[in-house]
Design a protein. Structure first.
Length: 530
């Protein structure tokens, strides 16, 4: 719930708003009894914030132009104008309205302030003594800019006429949506007399003042919006029906409240509810209140921030606690899994320990192997995976070939058939003389790849698989990428030392044949140019 204190210079009105609903209005007279009741009312609020809306005849407005400056220079000029127009007032405001960048860069300022601040003094003292948070002191003419913007006029100059109390008529002038001036004039014909003629006469007086101040030209059409009640509505519409330079529009205050979806307990005769609602819409609007008068409001905001921060910290703590619980549960489950995995590997280790085979490789032989590998990595360009990749490219040309085993090794002779025949130890002089004719001279090295495989989905067509193996051998030899290509096993070996056997007859059971093959590929390891 939001509470708006509406002060007209004589009587204080406290309105309580729930969204767009006006729940109640309490009136306080400016006498001793009224001030006591006002103090009791604020005490009952239990330090809930309020906002003060002022609609005073002692409020003045002046539009001036200053050089386009910033920082300390601008503040000095603004303070000099404050001393010029509102020397004895603590409630004043300078509002920037436009920046002119033509021949001379200037800024248009609206200087506004209260010329009689003592009207507010007794009420503000009670607000301070009850420690009631005051969010701001708001000027009614200035917040009426939001009301004028809803009319969407086609003319630049707009005069808004409204009446919040029976004795005063408020006229606010807006040019291009910005407040230029506002005047509160006494009117005595609200209940008796020619009310329509009095209103029109005051509007025309305001028009002439705008001409004299050169705010508008004499040929400019001015839009005039009059907010009235149903008692004077027809008189005003008849009286304003024909005017050349004043474009009148008369609005029923209750229709405006309905268009804004504002609900009041009873029909309204004045416009105070409309402007009090506009003052309650924004959370931190302030025009005149100084920091000392808003100190309890700052405390209120800090208290709310502390509560929100406490809730966030509590939520964060609960979130961290829940995360810790989940991590603990996951940790416990991971411990069980690790123990099970440890037991599995321990059992496997025990099995390998029982069946392990002692290595008979000598230390010197192992050292020679390590040195040879290091020499290959440092001095030679080709790596084992390169040879395997090239062979795989040729195998992929023939569908149905599947490799079941690979044996890659490096030897000094291209005729070495298996890795077990490779010896890196220095040969004796007798052995060297005996094998001189069969062993190549120099430091040549050959990488040998022995692979075996089979034909998948073999249907017994040996003619096809034999032809495929021969074609594979020819393709690899013709490519020139290998020094030697040799078929070690064909899918069907028809040599004189092999036999073919099987069953014949109607009762013979057909067995699934397997077509296997084996190749040996040799390539010389080229020396690096590094």
């Amino acid at each position: 719930m939001k509470r708006i204190l509406y002060f007209t210079g004589y009587r204080m009105v406290a309105q309580e708003w729930s969204g767009r609903n006006l729940n109640s209005s309490v009136y306080f007279e400016p006498d001793e009894q009224g001030l006591d009741l006002f103090k009791s009312y604020l005490t009952s609020l239990n330090h809930e914030p309020v906002r003060l809306l002022v609609d005073l005849i002692e409020e003045e407005f002046r539009q001036i132009k200053i050089p386009l400056l910033s920082g300390q220079n601008r503040r000095e000029i603004v303070n000099r104008n404050f001393a010029k127009f509102f020397r004895n007032s603590d409630y004043r405001l300078a509002r920037s309205q436009a920046r002119l960048k033509k021949e001379r860069k200037e800024e248009v300022l609206l200087m506004m302030g209260l010329t009689n601040q003592f009207l507010l003094k007794p009420w503000l003292e009670i607000i301070d003594s009850t420690r009631t948070p005051l969010s701001g002191i708001v000027s009614l003419p200035l917040i009426s800019e939001s009301v004028v913007s809803q009319f969407k006029d086609e003319h630049d100059c707009v005069i808004l006429v409204s009446q919040q109390v029976p004795s005063n008529l408020r006229q606010s002038v807006f040019i291009k949506g910005k407040l230029v001036l506002s005047r509160l004039v006494p009117i005595a014909s609200f209940y008796q007399g020619d009310y329509a003629n009095d209103v029109i006469r005051d509007v025309e007086s305001t028009q002439r003042y705008l001409f004299s101040q050169r705010l508008i030209q004499r040929t400019d059409i001015v839009s005039v919006h009059i907010i009235s009640n149903r008692h004077h509505l027809e008189q005003l519409r008849v009286r304003t029906s024909d005017d050349e330079y004043l474009d009148y529009a008369v609005h029923d205050i209750n229709d405006l409240l309905e268009s804004e979806k504002i609900e009041a307990s009873e029909e309204q005769d004045f416009s105070s509810a409309l402007f009090c609602y506009q003052a309650s819409k924004s959370a931190y609007v302030n025009h005149y209140a100084n920091p000392a008068e808003k100190k309890y409001f700052y405390h209120h905001v800090a208290a709310i921030g502390s509560k929100v921060l406490a809730v966030l910290l509590l939520s964060l703590t609960l979130g961290l606690f829940a995360t810790s619980v989940v991590k603990a549960m996951l940790y416990e489950s991971s411990i069980v899994e690790m123990e099970s995995l440890e037991q599995k590997y321990r059992t496997k280790f025990n099995q390998l320990s029982v069946s392990r085979v002692d290595s008979s490789i000598k230390t010197t032989t192992m050292q020679s192997v390590v040195q040879t590998v290091e020499a290959i990595e440092q001095r030679y360009q080709l790596r084992p995976d390169d040879l395997m990749a090239r062979v795989s490219q040729h195998l992929s040309l023939f569908n149905g070939l599947r490799v079941s085993s690979l044996d890659w090794f490096v030897a000094r002779s291209p005729d070495t058939e298996s890795a077990s025949q490779v010896s890196w130890q220095a040969a004796s002089s007798r052995s060297r003389s005996r094998n001189r004719r069969n062993t190549p001279q120099g430091n040549e090295l050959y990488e040998v790849l022995v692979l075996s495989g089979r034909f998948v989905d073999f249907d017994g067509n040996y003619r096809f698989v034999l032809s495929a193996i021969d074609d594979l051998e020819d393709a690899m030899r013709v490519s020139g990428e290998y020094d030697k290509v040799e078929i070690l096993q064909r899918p069907l070996n028809v040599g004189s030392e092999k036999k073919l056997s099987g069953d014949a007859g109607t009762r013979a059971t057909k067995s699934k044949d397997i077509a296997e093959f084996a190749l040996r590929v040799v390539r010389k390891v080229e020396l690096s140019e590094k």
